[in-house]
Design a protein around this ligand. Structure first.
Ligand SMILES: Cc1ncc(COP(=O)(O)O)c(C=O)c1O
Length: 437
């Protein structure tokens, strides 16, 4: 047993004797091929940078956790300690606490989704729901369709399970569904069929666009006609600043079993709870449940109980509305700053929800090189290449507007604008083409 004031052990620990991550020679022969293929998402690497206080981070996707009321937190933890102490500290069922699954069905209903409690499994964040989806369906070399760009955090899931990802471009109406059909035809001619399509229809991360109703209908029609399994990832459906919600793919599928639905409490409550969920057809849910048993037995019961008490006692939709008011102002600040600071031939999305803007710079600019210049000016973003598995996105960047206040966003974009102008000028001077005047 050690005590807080016990003297530290005098034997050398940590930094002095540890191997650095690059000293892998003795393990290289032993690493599984899938471990060799895993690449860290640039987003994760950059998260460590954003912890440096002098850096304005437009990189990570941090929701605003400061607006969560302290009194609410105190009351819930008091209730947990009084009424649920032992059970909150105990293992729970792999599929999650039944009360929470019932409440998740209600949260889905708010977005117009109908699900039964037996359709739902709690996961350790939306991230685990993606990992379980891919591990359940994908063998090495299997084709997976995904938007281009796709969620940077899904990239390590695709590489871990050695998926062959075929990107389908988006435009301002989201995934170009006619190109899905073309890809299916092309693959069929090669004797291949994708195992699944991974899509984020609402307020895409990183694309910032939303799939139109017409495209949703067509996509579900294609899924049903051509037996294409859809993984619909919807962390942002309720992070809406204007406009009306569109029906989910899950709802449009009407229980035909071609859609697996993923979501999370990270954006509507807080990412620190690490609780998300999956709704899936029964045979799929059974396999994912077995995968979750192998991964972590169950999600944290302390935070599941926290969410149960929160959802059943407080007006969580009011909290989401307050978050959306904050994000709307920050989105506007970012768009204003981009209009003022970025070159005229740069383009960017104008999201009506979610947390991200996707910007495309003149072709010659490589945003991985630009990042070093930006860091020197103490501002960070995610380079677009992190959202592709095929080397695309070199001249693009993802900008987050939820994590810092409006004035800081304006200052961050101002610094970034300087770095962009310098890069464009440099390329022009070198005759590499910095885009049109
Ligand atoms: C599209 C998408 N899916 C999943 C996740 C992961 O969510 P969680 O934090 O609940 O693991 C995120 C987080 O940013 C996301 O943007």
């Amino acid at each position: 047993m050690t005590f807080p004031d016990a003297p530290r052990a005098s034997t050398p620990t940590g930094a002095e004797s540890a191997l650095s991550p690059g000293d892998s020679a003795r393990y290289d022969e032993r690493f599984a091929s899938r471990a060799s293929g895993i690449v860290s998402s640039a987003m994760r690497d950059l998260m460590s940078l954003s912890e440096r206080p002098e850096i304005i981070s437009l990189a990570g996707g941090f929701p605003n956790t400061e607006s969560f009321q302290r009194a609410t937190f105190d009351e819930i933890t008091e209730i947990m300690a009084r009424d649920h102490l032992a059970s909150s500290l105990q293992y729970g069922p792999t599929e999650g606490l039944a009360e929470l699954r019932e409440l998740i069905v209600e949260v889905m209903a708010v977005e117009g989704l109908s699900a039964h409690v037996d359709d739902v499994m709690v996961t350790s964040g939306g991230q685990q729901a993606i990992d379980l989806s891919i591990r359940t369906f994908v063998d090495p070399g299997d084709v997976v369709l995904a938007e281009g760009p796709t969620y940077p955090g899904a990239v390590p899931c695709f590489t871990t399970y050695e998926a062959d990802v075929v990107h389908i471009p988006m435009d301002e109406d989201g995934l170009q569904v006619d190109l899905v059909e073309e890809a299916l035809d092309r693959l069929a001619a090669e004797g291949r069929a994708p195992k699944l399509l991974y899509t984020i229809p609402n307020f895409h991360n990183p694309g910032g666009v939303t799939m139109s109703l017409e495209r949703r209908r067509r996509l579900v029609d294609i899924a049903q006609r051509r037996e294409l399994l859809i993984i619909e990832d919807n962390p942002y459906g309720q992070i809406r600043f204007e406009g009306e919600p569109l029906p989910s793919l899950w709802e449009l599928d009407g229980g035909s079993g071609w859609v697996v639905y993923l979501s999370t409490f990270s954006k509507i409550l807080a990412p620190g709870v690490r609780v998300g969920w999956v709704a899936a057809p029964a045979p799929v849910l059974r396999k994912m449940n077995l995968g979750k048993q192998a991964a972590d037995l169950c999600s944290g019961t302390v935070t599941q109980r926290f969410i149960i008490e929160y959802l059943s006692r407080y007006d969580w939709q009011d909290h989401v509305a307050r978050l959306n008011d904050i994000y709307r102002g920050r989105r506007d600040a970012m768009l204003r700053a981009l209009d003022e600071e970025f070159p005229a031939d740069a383009r960017w999305t104008r999201p009506s929800g979610g947390l991200f803007v996707w910007a495309e710079l003149p072709e010659a600019v490589d945003t991985r090189d630009l990042l070093a210049q930006a860091i020197a000016r103490e501002v960070a973003f995610v380079p677009g290449a992190a959202a592709f598995l095929n080397g695309q996105g070199r001249n693009a960047m993802r900008l987050n507007f939820s994590g810092v206040p409006e004035a800081t966003i304006s200052e961050g974009v101002r610094r970034l604008g300087e770095a962009v102008h310098d890069a464009v000028e440099l390329h022009r001077a070198l005759g590499l083409g910095g885009g049109s005047e």
